[in-house]
Design a protein around this ligand. Structure first.
Ligand code: ADP
Length: 488
């Protein structure tokens, strides 16, 4: 991708409600800053409950007509939107890196992924068939309709400012629902750029709305989205803590929920693993997006016989990764999102060292300014350390040893989370055993990534509820109706 934004019309500094580009009621804004250098990128409306209610109202009105579009008509618009995203992929990637920080190639891949969700669901929306029931009584016939669930709310995080959004709005819109989206305060510009392209694609006013607000406003906007009676479905990706709060708030109006929350992925390497594959996959699963992924490998569990070779090779590779601003060519590891994140990563590493972990490479911030952190590999990690229990959300690979398969399974599952997991072995029987024994929504075997629009994605235990992606992911946006007909 090119380095530099060509089409500045994609930078929108107003929110998108009911087809209008609007500021906040009181005219206040908040700043969006580039995490690579702290520079100001744009100022965006700081909205609250009132504007959110208006967006919900616009989505309620738009739902009446949108649900009556034929699936083909909806598909045509979503496909046009997808094409516009592909046409603007270089610019969108550049904007995404500017507000989020990740390496430009990763941002570009994410934009293509977002477009992929639109394409996939534009097709899937055409295949939402119902059914005819077996006759239970001579004078009766019955059938089943699948209908859009209604107006949906989406609250999304900053680490994937395009893909996490599309994974929600693409199935929702294809199903015939309308959407109010609240993007993360750090990354509203990608969301607004996508909205600009939606408008250009001919998405009717009110079908897709974007409400923006800063970190303090998130609570008021989130309260409105989770308590307003017109919202029938709330889809959230973010921290487990906020997920719990939204679930509690949604109880009074019994909303349908999809929650993609934190993870603490084990990355298990057995003695018989292909070392090259394991190391390259570790680089992918740990250092992409500077480790700021809910599916990031958080605990490397390495069997005794391969431990030292894996540790040495991983440290060599990690040391060679180029750190710097995401827009700089060749950079693989961008900045962390903010100084708070930097402090947290340093605290996790310092705690591990204080408890006896050894630093093979990295261990501290990169450079004197900014929020960069050195790709870090730690050995001798124990369950007493914070890195073994909490999500680090940074480029830190903590290695723990294990001896037996039973140990590996017990260690993998010794967490309240259960989102992603990674297993490296060439033994087919062990692959079966591990994929069945690990408590997670995803098991990647001999691979460091797994995302595709066709696959279901989500967690077990406190990593969340529901599945996004694939034919599973559209079910959350549909309700099932039984029609019973008396023949008279
Ligand atoms: P992260 O740690 O990734 O920032 P958060 O859960 O804090 O995770 O943020 C994810 C999304 O949830 C963001 O859009 C954020 O603004 C929003 N958010 C934060 N606090 C609340 C809240 N109390 N209610 C609703 N949304 C919130």
């Amino acid at each position: 991708p090119q380095h530099g934004l060509r089409n500045r019309a994609l930078i929108r500094n107003v929110a998108y409600i009911g087809g209008d580009w609007v500021g906040s009621d009181d005219g206040t804004c908040f700043e969006v800053r580039n995490p690579a250098d702290g520079s100001l990128v744009a100022e965006v409306p700081n909205m609250g409950a009132e504007e959110t209610r208006r967006a919900i109202q616009a989505a309620v009105v738009a739902f009446v007509a949108w649900r009556r579009f034929t699936p083909q008509q909806r598909s045509t618009i979503l496909r046009r939107w997808q094409q516009l995203i592909l046409d603007s992929a270089d610019d969108l990637a550049c904007l995404l890196t500017t507000e989020q920080g990740k390496a430009l190639n990763d941002a570009h891949a994410e934009v293509l992924q977002a477009a992929g969700f639109l394409e996939w669901y534009a097709e899937e929306g055409k295949r939402l068939t119902g059914g005819v029931l077996p006759t239970s009584h001579p004078g009766r016939r019955g059938w089943v309709l699948r209908e859009p669930i209604g107006v949906c709310a989406a609250i999304t995080p900053w680490n994937y400012p395009a893909a996490t959004l599309a994974r929600k709005f693409a199935p929702a819109l294809a199903a015939g629902c309308t959407v109010v989206l609240k993007p993360a305060e750090q990354t509203p510009l990608t969301a607004l750029a996508l909205a600009a392209l939606a408008e250009e694609a001919g998405l009717p006013p009110g079908v897709f709305n974007v409400v923006t607000g800063d970190g303090d406003a998130a609570e008021a906007i989130g309260r409105e989205l989770s308590t307003h009676p017109a919202i029938r479905m709330l889809s959230f990706t973010g921290s487990s803590e906020v997920g719990r709060q939204l679930m509690r708030q949604s109880a009074d109006t019994l909303k349908n929920l999809s929650l993609e929350l934190g993870g603490h992925a084990p990355f298990v390497v057995f003695d018989d693993a292909d070392l090259d594959v394991a190391v390259e996959s570790a680089i992918n699963a740990k250092f992409r997006n500077a480790g700021q992924m809910c599916v990031a490998a958080n605990r490397f569990l390495v069997q005794d016989g391969i431990h030292d070779a894996f540790a040495t090779r991983l440290a060599e590779r990690a040391k060679g990764l180029k750190v710097g601003p995401g827009l700089t060519p060749g950079v693989l590891v961008g900045p962390l999102i903010d100084h708070l994140a930097l402090t947290k990563v340093q605290r996790h590493v310092d705690d591990a060292i204080a408890h006896g972990a050894k630093v093979l490479t990295g261990g501290q911030r990169f450079g004197r300014d900014g929020t960069f952190f050195e790709p870090t590999v730690l050995t001798g990690v124990t369950s007493a350390m914070i890195v073994a229990r909490e999500e680090t959300f940074g480029p830190v690979a903590p290695l723990m040893r294990f001896s037996t398969e039973a140990d590996a399974i017990a260690m993998s599952n010794a967490t309240d989370y259960g989102l992603a997991s990674y297993v490296f072995t060439r033994d087919i029987s062990r692959i079966w055993r591990l994929t069945e024994a690990i408590e997670a929504g995803v098991v990647a075997v001999n691979a460091g990534s797994f995302t595709t629009e066709a696959a279901p994605f989500g967690g077990v235990k406190q990593s969340g509820l529901g599945r996004e992606g694939g034919s599973y992911g559209i079910e959350s946006y549909l309700s099932i109706k039984h029609v019973s007909l008396g023949l008279g």
